[in-house]
Design a protein around this ligand. Structure first.
Ligand code: GAL
Length: 472
């Protein structure tokens, strides 16, 4: 019943022409009415990931960064390597000061598996102490930590055993999650098991631009299924290991996934484009999003693979659904491509520096769609590559307005995490795209951080929620 409703809303989102969103907040009162539209416990924060900000890492990605394709194209477009990144491993106090300046009351970050378990069976207690100290320092600053356990990277020893192509990785990651939850549980309640299983599966195993660089959609489907199985096992392990209610809300854990959701707009009214857009939507958006309701993995690539399997522990493993939303793709059938489609942005659309469609209405649509799951929703990522920083304020404003509109229409949205606090290492793109609310000068020995104009927009939202940004 619920699934049918979600499918209907999804279908409407795919086929209807988007109407311009009504302005829900009004220019003059800006964000002053937010408190009445959102829950008092609403989390407003930023998101980062270890590999993109910490610096000094050694994992499957650092190996990948040094490589090139068979045609000689470097794996990283701008030929950089993650290297010292933002040096956040050594600068957490500075980063927390930036969060206070924003008025944020939450921060989503990931713990780096390769740091904590550099080789099989080893455990780096010093690194674990540092992550615990971070979580405690955040809490002391009034900032709720959300900890991601897997954000794209694998320790080299896991990758060389086959990584996500092997079932063994499920148990390895569950056991890692148990150790982290035990260590950080006294300071952390909000857990995100895996970041974007669909993006990892697509980029690593269909497009071949993330390690291990394969182009086989059959393997991609199996990997996505394996990640859902891992989520279930990780959730179980976290619940066993973290029994401390750190924030006093009566629950020791809240567990979810960060699911990347895109709007797939059929390029034309042709039945084939619509069919392929629907298929892409089911593979990329639905397979993960329907799992909390069905307890099953359902993935179908016609003529390639069909997976339909009940997963022990999957039902009930989600306390919330995390949504990473960046935009919309137009979809045209392209049957020779492994993804069966060509995705593009029409020339007349406003785009980010990465050419991504700026489409705030899509955030409203996905919140309505996945709000119908019956789970609380967090926007676990949303942001824009904007080198000059001039577009980000209106991007942030428009997307937050879309969120408020969905909340006013009954969607149980509990938080918003902007990607990102800082400019950082943007995977296969390198350092060229700038996603930070704070700009990072990567050539400066202190990786100097300076505010972009969107800091003020963020502060306005924070004030509207009754939070108090600190002077810079
Ligand atoms: C997401 C990913 C982040 C970040 C962001 C901006 O897909 O989770 O790590 O790279 O995109 O592109």
């Amino acid at each position: 019943m619920k699934l049918a409703r979600i499918a209907r809303i999804g279908h409407a989102a795919l086929t209807k022409d988007p109407h311009p969103p009504p302005c829900v907040l009004g220019a003059e009162d800006a964000f002053s009415s937010l408190r009445s539209s959102l829950p008092a416990s609403f989390l407003l924060g930023t998101a980062t990931a270890s590999h993109q900000i910490e610096g000094g890492l050694d994992n499957d990605w650092t190996d990948w960064e040094r490589g090139a394709s068979r045609e000689g194209e470097p794996h990283i477009k701008d030929r950089t390597v993650s290297g010292a990144a933002c040096d956040s491993w050594n600068r957490i106090e500075e980063d927390i000061a930036l969060m206070r300046r924003l008025g944020a009351n939450a921060y989503r970050f990931s713990v780096e598996w390769s740091r904590l378990e550099p080789t099989e069976g080893a455990w780096n207690e010093e690194a674990a102490d540092r992550y615990l100290a971070w979580a405690l320092a955040l809490r002391a600053a009034g900032i709720e930590p959300m900890v991601t356990l897997h954000h794209f990277t694998l320790p080299r020893w896991v990758a060389t055993q086959g990584g996500w192509m092997k079932d063994r990785t499920i148990e390895l990651l569950a056991s890692f999650s148990r150790k982290v939850a035990k260590k950080l549980g006294s300071a952390v309640d909000l857990w995100c098991t895996i970041n974007e299983p669909n993006v990892l599966a697509t980029m690593s195993y269909v497009k071949g631009v993330f390690p291990p660089g394969l182009t086989d959609s059959r393997i991609a489907a199996q990997v996505q299924a394996r990640m859902l199985k891992a989520h279930a096992r990780m959730a179980e392990a976290i619940r066993e290991a973290d029994t401390t209610d750190a924030d006093g809300d009566g629950r020791a854990t809240q567990i979810g996934i960060a699911h990347h959701v895109r709007i797939f707009q059929p390029a034309t009214r042709s039945p084939l484009d619509r069919l392929i857009a629907g298929f892409t939507d089911r593979f990329f958006n639905e397979a993960i999003a329907s799992a909390p309701l069905t307890g099953r993995i359902e993935l179908d690539i016609p003529g390639v693979i069909h997976i339909d399997e009940a997963v022990p522990g999957l039902l009930g493993s989600f306390d919330y659904m995390g949504i990473n939303y960046y935009g919309r793709d137009h979809v045209r059938a392209e049957l020779r491509d492994p993804s069966l489609s060509k995705q593009y942005v029409p020339a007349d659309r406003p785009v980010s520096d990465l050419g991504w469609d700026i489409y705030p209405e899509g955030l409203y649509q996905v919140l309505k769609r996945y709000g119908a799951l019956g789970l609380p929703v967090y926007v676990t990522e949303n942001g824009i590559a904007d080198k000059g920083g001039e577009v980000r304020p209106s991007f942030l404003r428009a997307h937050f307005e879309a969120l408020v509109r969905a909340a006013r229409e009954g969607v149980d949205v509990r938080g918003y995490f902007h990607w990102s606090l800082l400019d950082n290492f943007e995977w296969a793109e390198g350092y060229e795209p700038r996603f930070g609310l704070f700009r990072v000068d990567f050539d400066h020995p202190d990786k100097r951080r300076t505010p972009t104009p969107a800091v003020e927009t963020f502060q306005e939202i924070a004030r509207g929620l009754g939070l108090r940004p600190e002077p810079g």
